[in-house]
Design a protein around this ligand. Structure first.
Ligand SMILES: Cc1cc2nc3c(=O)[nH]c(=O)nc-3n(C[C@H](O)[C@H](O)[C@H](O)COP(=O)(O)OP(=O)(O)OC[C@H]3O[C@@H](n4cnc5c(N)ncnc54)[C@H](O)[C@@H]3O)c2cc1C
Length: 298
């Protein structure tokens, strides 16, 4: 039996720690709970917004109307080794750090890119999350065998990896619905040095990224042939600040919350960065981060 709460502040459910309240909010713990939540939304004609780990979203200060379904409690994995491969079935709210532990236990290469990724498995598929380093694998598309999606009416469809359209930080072809379960696969070829490689990669990341401050990671996607961080830095924007939202001094593609930033402060910094880079470098920066609600000004 699910519990639909009212007027729940969303800031604690996001890695930027910003955003107003959800009109209605639910934390399903399993697939049946999720089905019930979707039915409630349909019966009461409420729009649905999905949240995974909240590490790639900018939620409006005004909050979100309708039902917010946060999947972070819908967790669980099954691990099998067969035909020379490791196969993991994960519910979509399972954290990427949980996957990391499994791949590390088996000394397998996917541990290396997963170590750099916050958030949940479902969000990882939606965003085709990955790292810039030339690791192999380095994006979700490379370890995904299948994806199961619950449609708004509660039935579940399964897609094979090749039936989805994967691109840089984006996946299409599974909508509309909620990613509920994911099958991951990787050849069982252990590399005893993988833990050391993960530790080294973590040290490098810590030295380059402001991981001690709330952020959503990289705000902008890298335009073809360019690095967004270099473009922003070359326009002198490091340290640019509105309210408590600041272009990180450490990594120009990160916008950090220095304490009391509002969503609107972050959005204004984003727009200022886009305008400056457009005017000075003639390049349009597109956001990687997902604004919620979509299409509406904050
Ligand atoms: C410090 C830091 C570093 C980061 N570094 C990287 C990096 O190196 N590479 C990278 O790719 N990303 C990075 N990110 C961004 C982010 O962690 C990834 O995009 C992550 O995969 C998002 O997962 P999430 O569960 O937090 O998704 P959320 O932010 O909760 O959601 C993202 C989108 O997916 C939708 N969604 C979430 N779950 C589901 C579901 N089950 N079904 C359908 N839709 C769903 C949401 O509605 C939203 O549109 C970083 C973030 C931080 C804070």
């Amino acid at each position: 039996m699910i519990s639909i709460q009212e007027d729940v502040l969303l800031a604690p459910y996001t890695s930027w720690l910003v955003g107003g309240p959800a009109q209605f909010f639910v934390l399903p713990e399993n697939i049946e709970d999720l089905r019930e939540a979707l039915k409630w939304a349909t019966d009461s004609r409420q729009e649905v917004t999905l949240l995974g780990g909240g590490s790639n979203v900018l939620v409006s200060d005004k909050g979100l109307q309708g039902l917010v379904i946060c999947l972070k409690k819908m967790t669980g994995t099954e691990v099998k080794t067969d035909e020379g491969a490791l196969r993991i079935t994960a519910l979509s709210g399972t954290s990427k750090s949980e996957l990391l532990k499994i791949f590390l236990k088996h000394q397998l290469a996917p541990a290396l890119f997963l170590a750099g990724l916050p958030g949940d498995v479902g969000g990882g598929i939606v965003m085709n999350a990955g790292v810039a380093e030339s690791f192999s694998p380095r994006e979700f598309v490379e370890i995904t065998e299948w994806v199961e999606v619950m449609r708004p009416d509660g039935h579940i469809d399964r897609f094979l990896c090749q039936d989805l359209r994967w691109s840089y930080r984006h996946t299409q072809g599974w909508e509309p619905g909620v990613i509920v379960r994911v099958g991951l696969v990787w050849p069982l070829i252990p590399d005893p040095s993988i833990l050391d490689q993960v530790k080294t990669a973590n040290k490098v990341r810590l030295s380059k990224q402001p991981l001690d401050q709330p952020s959503c990671g990289s705000v902008f996607v890298n335009p073809e042939g360019h690095k967004a961080a270099q473009l922003i830095d070359s326009c002198g924007l490091k340290g640019f600040q509105i309210g408590d939202a600041q272009v990180s001094m450490k990594h120009a593609n990160f916008i950090v919350n220095r304490g009391t930033a509002k969503s609107s402060d972050i959005w204004q910094v984003i727009q200022h960065v886009q305008k400056t880079v457009r005017e000075k470098r003639g390049i349009e920066l597109k956001t990687e981060v997902v604004r919620l609600p979509r299409e509406e000004s904050l």
